[in-house]
Design a protein around this ligand. Structure first.
Ligand code: GUN
Length: 281
């Protein structure tokens, strides 16, 4: 079984991006800039944002974090986004989710200039991705995709099962696999026989947030299994895949932690650089 080392893959990607930033700097005499807006003091969000800032600095991006208290008015956030949209030193804007209840998430996402939307959540980018046009691609599915391609560069004709249909993961993951000519099945809580669906798969991407849902006898020998889950349980953090059982069957599997997570942040840096490059054309 190949244990897919997301930490190593992310470090390699960051090294490539660092070189690219240096080249862009010498060519344009400026570097891509990432601005993250963080609202409130949720611990996981604070940790994510700190890691994003650290990684952005490591590859040489200009990085800024704007923090607001939980009580900030929606109008203040929308005005800040407008300001960042017109700021030429800002290549990418990310508003850390989840947001406090009184702030309309969709309004915030749609306020971001699609050409600076490093999350790929703006409907324009969602549409472009599903139409096969150039777009920002949500960071987690992009990270999963790059890990899958490392194991199997030719995905044409493979059967892929995506477990979960969220806008953040399941749906964009499906689009990326479709683009690679996979036959993709999207499964969800109303799927009749999830085990039977998974048993058909050459590739399984589990992104539902149910601890250890995917069991050893759900997985065909030689399947590639990508675990997007991060679930807090009494036994610590576990993924959506039963690691011990599935590792006995699968050809390749991502661990949790150390699998998809590190790639997500590296892909955010990649998206920031890609937004910068498109803005220079
Ligand atoms: N919170 C958890 N994951 C994400 C993400 O990918 N983007 C944003 N903006 N917030 C998140």
């Amino acid at each position: 079984m190949i244990l897919i080392d997301g930490k190593k893959a992310a470090a390699e990607l960051r090294a490539e991006l660092k070189e690219e930033v240096a080249e862009l700097k010498s060519k344009h005499n400026k570097v891509p800039g990432l601005t993250v807006i963080l609202i409130g003091d949720l611990a996981p969000s604070q940790i994510y944002v700190r890691n994003k800032e650290k990684s952005a600095n490591e590859v040489g991006l200009k990085s800024e974090v704007i923090k607001y208290p939980d009580s900030v008015e929606e109008k203040t956030v929308l005005e800040k986004i407008q300001e960042l949209n017109s700021d030429k030193t800002v290549s990418g804007i990310l508003v850390q989710l989840p947001l406090p209840k009184h702030i309309d998430k969709q309004k915030v996402i749609e306020a971001i200039d699609p050409s600076k939307d490093v999350d790929g959540f703006h409907p324009m980018n969602v549409g472009n991705l599903s139409s096969g046009y150039e777009s920002s691609i949500p960071c987690t599915p992009l990270g999963c995709y790059l890990l899958i391609k490392k194991i199997e560069p030719n995905l044409s004709g493979k059967k892929a099962v995506v477990v979960g249909r969220s806008n953040l993961n399941g749906k964009p993951m499906t689009q990326l696999l479709l683009k690679e000519n996979c036959t993709v099945t999207i499964t969800h809580s109303k799927t009749k026989d999830l085990k039977a669906e998974c048993l058909e798969a050459d590739i399984i991407v589990a992104a539902v947030g149910i601890p250890e849902l995917v069991r050893g006898d759900w997985v065909k020998k030689d399947a590639i299994v990508i675990d997007v889950g991060i679930n807090k349980t009494d036994n610590g953090i576990v993924g959506d895949v039963h690691f011990d059982e599935v590792s006995k069957n699968a050809k390749a599997l991502t661990p949790v932690p150390g699998g998809v997570g590190p790639m997500t942040i590296a892909c955010l840096l990649k998206n920031t650089i890609d937004c910068f490059k498109r803005s220079q054309i």
